[in-house]
Design a protein around this ligand. Structure first.
Ligand SMILES: [Zn+2]
Length: 220
């Protein structure tokens, strides 16, 4: 793979340092329960990393999507995007109706008709693709176009759309935003080996650069 976006040791270390606040307390985060960070940007891009920390579904603990919290920070900095990221223990919830916490309130407040929510997640390396773009239950022509353009932009990484993660379950941020707010949304699931600046600095730096370039044209 050509070295289009190299990341030096210092940048890799800086990225890893950003992850510390999420890694704190065994990945329950350094903040108080339900705490989030909102990093304000001036574009229509809203980046979320709802699984920056451990969380629960159907009573079972789901491990944090490592480095997605710091990833959202990096996209905020590079793209002037707004970012919403949990920084303290995420409460248990099953339905958005029951979810009465700062994360949901931030989504409600920040999702306008001109907002594109980019919901970042981490998947394991065993799915056979590097990235899976999930269009959610109610994609628009714009989000479908974005997905196809991103897939091209991210080449030579293996990018799939909707398989294995389509973001259609009701509990996803993408489903919530598409069906309960005026904003548009897309989910990005990244394999572990493209989002770890310590174990995979070269691939992670390169992928980050390509993703930034791919999202740049969708800032409004
Ligand atoms: Zn996730």
């Amino acid at each position: 793979m050509d070295d289009l976006f190299a990341m030096d040791d210092e940048q890799a270390l800086a990225w890893d340092l950003r992850e510390r606040k999420y890694r704190a307390n065994d990945y329950y985060g350094e903040g108080r329960p339900a705490a989030i960070d909102i990093l304000d940007g001036s574009t229509g891009l809203l980046v979320t990393a709802p699984h920056s920390l451990h969380h629960f579904r159907h009573g079972r603990k789901k491990p944090a999507d490592r480095y997605t919290g710091s990833y959202a920070e990096l996209l905020h900095a590079a793209l002037d995007a707004t970012a919403v990221i949990p920084t303290g223990p995420i409460g248990r919830w099953e339905n958005w109706e029951d979810r009465d916490d700062p994360f949901r309130h931030a989504l409600d407040r920040l999702s306008t008709p001109s907002t594109l929510v980019v919901d970042l997640h981490g998947m394991s390396d065993r799915h056979g693709v590097d990235v899976c773009l999930g269009l959610g239950p109610a994609p628009t022509a714009a989000s479908e176009e974005l997905a196809h353009r991103l897939a091209e932009e991210l080449h030579p990484y293996q990018v799939s759309i909707n398989t294995p993660f389509a973001a259609t379950p009701h509990y996803t941020v993408t489903a919530y935003v598409q069906t309960r707010t005026p904003a548009d949304a897309i989910q990005i699931e990244m394999a572990a080996n493209i989002r770890n600046p310590v174990l995979h600095p070269k691939r992670s730096g390169d992928f980050l650069g390509r993703l930034i370039r791919g999202l740049e044209r969708f800032r409004t």
